[in-house]
Design a binder for this molecule. Sequence first.
Ligand code: ZN
Length: 401
Amino acid sequence: MQKILLVICDGLGDRPTKKFGGKTPLEAAKTKNLDRLAANGLTGTMNAVDRKLYPDSDKAHLSIFGYPLGKYYCGRGPIEAAGIGLKLRKGDIALRANIATVDQKGIIVDRRAGRIESVQKFVKKLDGIKINGTRIFVKAGTGYRAVVVVRGKGLSEKVTQNDPKKIGVKPLKFMAENSSGNAERTAEILNAFTERAHEILLMHPENLKRKKLGLLEANYLLCRGAGKVKYIPGFKKKYGLKATVIAGAGMYKGIAKIVGMKVLKVKGATGLPNTNVKAKFLAAKKALKKFDFVFVHVKAADSFGEDGNAEGKKKFIEKIDRAAKEFLDLKNTVIAVTADHSTPCELKKHSSDAVPVLVAGQGIKGGQVKEFSERACRKGTLGHLSGLQLMPKLLRLSGRR
Ligand code: ZN
């Protein structure tokens, strides 16, 4: 039986761009190590979630880990909460939040407050607010992200979001998704809370400082992904695999934790473009000695895609490739490299374009495909996979099924 190493490069897939003479950032990037793995292994393409759905990262990961969304998806909030080590209680409602900037008229001018690097100082002032018999907790995530938890009786996760996901408009009001009193009550509490939070943030000393420096103020909480915790059988129970995760960004640690993976801390893993990919890959190699399954998440290609920065995306892919040299001599391990979804620079958001997949390892013979890219992998013998089909493939190829 071989070990399994799964490397997910978030938002890796893209579309041909004029900037690169009709190549995608992945095609334009120099990726000799990933190409070598592709040439020595099997290739194909994948849509982690049904093409009709928007491919959110959390849903895509849950599918790739082999959990049907209808049964196991609990919403993004609880996943983010798990990622930053928050212990939710039964009945808690968790939401993910962005700290955003609104102007004097209440219009959103930046959904991420200029991609502010930490919101720790801001959320401290919002943590523990009481509204209508509930208590609200706010904890910092990575960068501009935070998690909001509402704790109390008679709450429901069936509420909409206040994030319109665009700028130039006012934040939305939370609304009940059904006519249950609990959903209505939860929406009211969240509306009151975000207003109160806005008032507090406006007067926050850090914002007064930012204003003086000409920086965007971090003055509004845009929340989405309300959810309640659900029972999910972990990797050990489901596959008999002792599994671990190496990731920088909180959400990915969260989703891995929810499926029973042990979170490994790696110095320099940030979830940002400055992340130390090599340190992560070296740590993964080491972890393979102790664990049956190692999941490594690398975030920044997705962020570059969302910013429409094709050059940055290409360069970051090259950084991944340089680090992937560490994987050329893996022993007794099946390695898969893929993405959770595409994030084309021209769209600045996720798309349902299929992503490339490569699977290499001892006993796996290479095919015709010599390059790891969106187009080259279409000709691979793995064919086109759904997210749910990947784990069974990896289990078989590693001699575990
Ligand atoms: Zn993603």
